[in-house]
Design a protein around this ligand. Structure first.
Ligand SMILES: [Zn+2]
Length: 139
């Protein structure tokens, strides 16, 4: 339910895990073990003891981002992979050219690659108002 928020937070540089395949108890355990802030739209889950949590009353993305930023401050780092939350490393143009479509290699100069899933990113206009990058799935 909060997948869009998770991707946008990664984009902004937050280390945001998103798991919708796990039972509530498991997610809460992971949040405790990894000292994460559990962000949820489930008020009863947010109220559990021994858990750092943030309840989001709004379904609107901008308001959700503001609530997260109010709770934990500015992003701790550079953009992260929006798909898997991995760290991005700069990728040289020569190497990137072999991985992206020709028109991208011809028009872009800046690339980054996810260390975990190896997706390649480059600047784009997908999310106006942010420096944004488009992902290309690897074969
Ligand atoms: Zn990734």
């Amino acid at each position: 339910m909060l997948g869009t928020l998770a991707r946008r937070l990664r984009w902004l540089g937050y280390d945001a895990e998103y798991r919708r395949d796990l039972p509530d108890e498991t997610m809460m355990q992971i949040a405790r073990d990894e000292d994460r802030l559990l962000v949820t739209r489930d008020r009863s889950m947010a109220g559990r003891r021994g858990l750092r949590s943030l309840y989001l009353p709004s379904a609107e993305l901008g308001e959700q981002i503001e609530a997260v930023q109010a709770a934990i401050g500015l992003p701790p780092g550079p953009p992260r992979c929006t798909v898997c939350n991995g760290d991005l490393e700069p990728l040289g143009h020569a190497e990137a050219s072999m991985l992206v479509p020709p028109y991208v290699a011809a028009t872009q100069t800046e690339f980054a690659r996810c260390l975990r899933c190896h997706r390649v990113y480059w600047p784009g206009t997908h999310w106006p108002g942010l420096q944004s990058w488009r992902a290309l799935a690897m074969p």
